[in-house]
Design a binder for this molecule. Structure first.
Ligand code: PLP
Length: 350
């Protein structure tokens, strides 16, 4: 049995009253139109599905992404389809390849299967090294790409993803986790997932859409892949979804102007934070998402820094083994990040 990785150094549990910039949640609530739609449907929550809400959601996604509706499936967040993809497509013979560092949820699922994942370092400019990923295991069951990547917030160009898809074995699957893509506004792999039978694109409403606690995620994939992924539960996953989340998501995903405005606002606060780090000569990884990694330097322990920020009422994120002197920090509101800067200066002066 492969050992379960011990990466859960910090749970999403809130420190009461703290500035919460530890878990990549969105500091805003859901979009007001989404809250209104959720409140409205709560009044008819006695029905499993008051009025074909799943079909409305998949139709809206199909329209926005330009993919067939039959390729869209909704989930209670994106963790389920991520774990399910590993269980479906990996085995001790057909392994898992991911970047390192990356979002490591799939490693734990792989460990349960007895699969030791190949963890391939990011390139020097923090992209997924797709050629090295294929070389690490030329016949993996699943290649996992997270773009923008968690925890670095860095992008892997769509051309690199296309290269991997073109060069992997035909019966391997590429899972592209686009949890943070709305912050980047860069090209998605959705159209590839909508036209092929070996690519899954995964989305979540937990980040820019501000719905982490409401639980809604999506996959875009060929129905043949869903048949394999749903073998053991009779394709009943849709009945697990709360209608409040489905209605909120449907009303939110079409709000192109508000999505762009939220992205721009979040990115401006991130750049303001970077300017401060630069002034203090603290290295960081330039990011395209609502998080970044800050490097405290040689001999510094991110756990100590997390505790020091905690003492100032600021809950920053954890570290990753691949970058042992860095912490991940989520971009909060302008006010949150002002408090982060003040605490940072105080900790550095101490
Ligand atoms: N994928 C990535 C890259 C994430 O960072 C997260 C959560 O932080 C998830 C998937 C799972 O999120 P959820 O289950 O809330 O959709």
């Amino acid at each position: 049995q492969v050992a379960r990785p011990a990466f859960a150094q910090q749970s999403a549990k809130a420190m009461v009253g703290a500035v919460r910039i530890g878990s990549n949640e969105c500091w805003t609530g859901p979009f007001p139109a989404g809250v209104e739609a959720a409140a409205k449907i709560a009044a008819v929550g006695n029905w499993y599905e008051p009025d074909d809400e799943h079909a409305k959601l998949t139709a809206a996604v199909a329209q926005v992404e330009g993919v067939p509706a039959e390729c869209v499936m909704a989930w209670p967040g994106s963790s389920d389809p991520l774990n399910r993809s590993v269980i479906t497509f990996c085995s001790p013979e057909r392994g898992l390849v991911t970047a390192n560092p990356t979002y490591e949820q799939s490693w734990a699922t792989a460990a349960w299967l007895g699969v030791k994942p190949d963890r391939v370092p990011l390139t020097k400019d923090y992209r997924h090294d797709v050629k090295a990923m294929l070389a690490a295991n030329p016949k993996a069951g699943l290649y996992y790409i997270c773009s923008p990547n968690n925890p670095t917030g860095t992008l892997t160009p769509i051309e690199d993803i296309e290269w991997l898809i073109a060069n992997k074995p035909a019966d391997s699957v590429v899972l592209v986790d686009e949890a943070y893509i709305h912050f980047a506004g860069t090209p998605s792999a959705a159209k590839l997932a909508g036209t092929r039978n070996d690519v899954i694109v995964m989305r979540t409403f937990s980040k820019l859409f501000g719905m982490a606690g409401m639980r809604l995620g999506l996959t875009i994939a060929h129905p043949d892949l869903y048949k394999k992924m749903m073998r053991y539960d009779g394709q009943q996953v849709s009945f697990m979804l709360p209608m409040t989340a489905v209605a909120c998501g449907t009303a939110s995903l079409v709000l192109a102007d508000q999505i762009a405005a939220r992205r721009d606002q979040m990115n401006a606060v991130r750049e303001e934070t970077f300017a401060h780090l630069k002034k203090r000569k603290i290295p960081y990884i330039p990011s395209h998402a609502n998080m970044f990694m800050v490097d405290w330097g040689k001999g510094k322990n991110p756990k100590d820094m997390q505790a020091k920020f905690g003492a100032e009422g600021i809950q920053i994120g954890r570290s990753w083994d691949a970058y042992p002197t860095m912490s991940r920090v989520t971009v909060g509101s302008a006010e949150d990040m002002q408090k982060f800067r003040v605490a940072l200066d105080k900790i550095l002066m101490a």
